[in-house]
Design a protein around this ligand. Structure first.
Ligand SMILES: [Zn+2]
Length: 244
């Protein structure tokens, strides 16, 4: 499945918004993508960047995913598309300064430039302020995309200048299907899907040793209580208590 088809299934409302804005030539200069991990924020930012440079787009398919521009952007190798993400625990002022000077230069191959800031809530106040000046006087051709799981942590002075775009959690059955596609058993997929609305979170739970142990212990206790497993009181004392 191509990126565009995948996103249309994952985030239909957001995709409709952007397809309409593009068609009507009314893209805003700055957006705040917010929603849980693993629901398509980064992939949609990639799609949007590609849609501005794709050489083989049609009215229906704005991103072909295989032309030279789509490929370079996907490989983070396009001179007018920049990604900014935390270096360690935060996005530091030096990182922002470097990107700012890149953005102030004339577009390398067009007048269009894109800056995607992943985990934008990790910007230090200093970094955010340094970018603020840039957001207040947007270069006509620069698209700024702020991505976050925690919009409350974005400085109000920045958030107020961006158009918010909410990404929904994945519906239960859709998430179960996606988890099965990456090799998680149906039984586990249903448990993870009931605990989280995101593929990434579910994968993390799947790899979490403590979570696996806790799950096994819960199953054993359940069986014990139904006289089909270990004696519950002994099990609680010997396994349950030390684990939790
Ligand atoms: Zn393309």
């Amino acid at each position: 499945m191509g990126l565009q088809a995948e996103l249309e299934e994952l985030q239909p409302v957001v995709m409709n918004l952007f397809k309409r804005s593009k068609r009507e030539n009314r893209l805003s200069h700055g957006y705040l993508f917010h929603g849980p991990n693993g629901v398509g924020k980064k992939r949609l930012a990639l799609w949007l960047a590609q849609s501005l440079f794709c050489l083989e787009q049609t009215d229906e398919v704005q991103v072909c995913s295989h032309c030279v521009n789509c490929t370079r952007i996907a490989n983070d190798n396009h001179p007018d598309v920049h990604w900014l993400k935390p270096d360690g625990a935060s996005i530091k002022i030096d990182q922002v300064r470097e990107i700012r000077s890149e953005l102030m230069k004339q577009g390398m191959e067009s007048n269009q430039k894109v800056l995607i800031i992943d985990e934008a809530d990790k910007m230090t106040v200093q970094s955010a302020n340094s970018l603020l000046k840039f957001i207040e006087e947007p270069d006509a051709g620069t698209l700024l995309l702020f991505l976050t799981t925690n919009p409350a942590k974005i400085l109000p002075t920045i958030a107020s200048r961006l158009q918010p775009v909410a990404f929904r959690e994945l519906p239960f059955e859709q998430l179960v299907k996606k988890l099965e596609q990456v090799g998680i058993s149906q039984q586990k997929a249903r448990i993870f899907a009931s605990l989280t609305g995101s593929i990434q979170e579910a994968k993390r739970l799947n790899e979490d040793e403590f979570f696996q142990e806790a799950r096994n212990a819960s199953v054993k206790l359940y069986e014990g209580l139904h006289h089909d497993g270990p004696e519950p009181l002994i099990f609680i004392q010997e396994t349950w208590m030390p684990l939790f």
